[in-house]
Ligand binder design. Sequence first.
Ligand SMILES: Cc1ncc(COP(=O)(O)O)c(C=O)c1O
Length: 419
Amino acid sequence: MVEDPLCNPNKPLKISFEEITSAAYKIRSGVLNTPCILVLLILEVSYVKFNRDGHLFKEGFFYNKREGNFKERGARYAMLMLNEEQKQKGVVAASLGNHALAVCYHGYHLGIPVTVVMPIMAPIMKIQKCRELHANVIMEGKDMNEAKKIAVALANERGWTYINGYDNPQIIAGQGTIGLEILEQVQDIDAVVVPTGGGGLLAGVAVAIKTLNPSIKVIGVESERCASYAKAVENQKPVLTTIEGTLADGLAVPMIGYNAWETSRNLVDKMVIVKEKWIAVAILRFIENEKCVVEGAGACGLAAILAGQLEEFKGKRVVLILSGGNIDTTILGRCLERGLAADGRLIKCKVTVSDRPGGISELCKLIGSIGVSIKDVKVVCETRDYIHSLELRDLLFSRYKKVRLDTIPSKPAITSTTD
Ligand SMILES: Cc1ncc(COP(=O)(O)O)c(C=O)c1O
């Protein structure tokens, strides 16, 4: 059964360069009326800042969008191309977050009713933002594939237009406009590194770049936990891939798109699979060195560099597409801890100290003497007796707001063994 007439496995479409330029034109006219699209932020930074790890890349160029991610390019183009009846009836999309956000944002501004189906694993921040944009948000499906089935069924049932976030031809063309902008604004590029989920961004950018300058290498990058493009390369067609929870939640698509594959298969020079650890380190580097919050998906390009998987580009001019910055604060906290641990800057240690009062204080002083701060302490205390334990409990609760203590029994166990 063909689920989405625009993404037919038996008749995959190859997106053309002309479609991308036409998307660029259409979105540009939208830019004039829509301040949000004016906020494309391009940072050109010296790569030296990341040289701690010994990398010799001369420069990196980063793309980011203030409102959080690049997906609005395709979403706006696809929505502008709807006919009046489709616009009135409304659209439905399935997404882990960024495509949903883009459709909600532009649906709201273009007056098109929007429903988004988000899998239950979608990040809270993205769900919340969609709700704030007055969209009908349905949280259903354990992953993207399930959410997509629900969205397609709703489209058929209610007469809404389904907009696939990575395989709809107009979405691919819209994302491809990033490739045009890179070439307009950056000279003498050797390679462009593209975070890859369903493959729409990679396909669009690859067509734009290779058409205008075939000597530039186009490199896709994905997490080891959702390597669905690499799996397609292995099988020479899109296939279902097992995915696990990843810091690059925006890339967690179990199967890349048929059109995305057909369009990009002969244009991608290399596919890199990065380990989660490096994604965490990359997020940390962006914050520490660039004061820039990049979500896991967007940080994959730098992760590949830090992991030494793009060594052949040492000394070359490499463009990284920082595709998004929407990350839950709790996840960001965890990423930073993981990044610090991977850097060897977060150390867990277990020390046996003197059991005399003052033993711990001596340890704290010793650690502090070399400028190390203690993040967390776990102590095992030996008290004189049950009453003493209660005294300790009361003391801790009176002094600290957050205390976790083993349960002290409501009465002491039998202490005498003489009877
Ligand atoms: C931040 C971010 N980067 C990259 C991608 C990958 O885009 P695509 O699914 O078109 O490969 C996504 C997809 O949602 C994303 O959210």
